[in-house]
Design a protein around this ligand. Sequence first.
Ligand code: NAP
Length: 252
Amino acid sequence: MSDGKIALVTGGSRGIGRDAVLRLAARGVSSIITYKSNRAEAEAVVALVEQAGARAIALRLDVGEAASFDGVVEQVRQALADLGASRFDYLVNNAGTSSSASLETITEAEMDALYAVHFKGPMFLTQKLLPLINDGGRIVNISSGLARFAMPGRIGYGPIKAAVESLTRYMAVELAPRRIAVNVVAPGPIATDFSGGMVRDNPEVNKAISATTALGRAGLPEDVGPVIAGLLSDDFGWVNAQRIEVAGGIHI
Ligand code: NAP
């Protein structure tokens, strides 16, 4: 158990983030979860966390809107007060959306949006939240297998996730004096709502993924959530600045 610890998980209302929040709750970690527009899903996660005996508060956040982060930090400060704390321990920069544009079709606006959501968002949200993170805390950023291997139609998304992996190492170096470890989890294709639920709902895509994955199937949120929660636990306290691919061995 991790009594009294608090996590902030962006995009904790659905998919991978939701599973991580539930795994943390099972370890006694309370969470501030963020959602972008789907409040009902977020409140459902809050209820599940409370059933598990931990506490949770849902806040609205668009990670693509860095100009809103000062206001978000004030909301986090208030949420922490409601949880009886002034700081939190674990930050998971998970929220994000997909892109299926190719080199021929991607627009400058789409690339700017990917940069804002997947790179600028985690960088500046972390910057603004730093005063609220306990020394000795931990950060997990979320990348993708597509940062290591390339596929058609992912030319905006894959490279920006590769940048998140580099950002992770820079964060680990700069936050070392505060003993904050920063790691990056790179999921393979996971059956969530992501990309219109493609991995979960498109049988052809699901079959193709299974065929290129050593363990023979596409991933599930419950394959990834425990890894994120594990990296935030004392068991992984000496793991720092590492990329952990959670993909069942895809494109080895
Ligand atoms: P998901 O099921 O679609 O859930 C996305 C979550 O992020 C939701 O909570 C959503 O909130 C929130 N969100 C979306 N856009 C946001 C924004 N602009 N600002 C703030 N919150 C936002 O996605 P997922 O599959 O769990 O993916 C989570 C992370 O894993 C992402 O960073 C993604 O790139 C990465 N990833 C996913 C896969 C995969 O195959 N699924 C593979 C590799 C990496 P609402 O519910 O309010 O919309």
